[in-house]
Design a protein around this ligand. Sequence first.
Ligand code: ZN
Length: 86
Amino acid sequence: MTHEHDKRDNLDNDCLEAFDHLYAYLNGELKDQSKVAMIEHHLQHCRSCFSRAEFEREINQRLKKTDTQSPPSSLSERMKKLIDNF
Ligand SMILES: [Zn+2]
């Protein structure tokens, strides 16, 4: 039986396609309404992509908050210190 294998391949392709447009979707840059609908439909049915999207959205929001609170230079200085301490 190849049916199960076909089903899994289809799911993987849907996930890959959703991932391809996920960042644009989360940033509100995805203008193609059929792709927006495709992603939203996929997220409603695929738990792993849904948690991934939630995770990316959380990161996006935190990055935006950190940007306003502290300049990116302080982060790179902290990184430099961390590397120096190695
Ligand atoms: Zn998926």
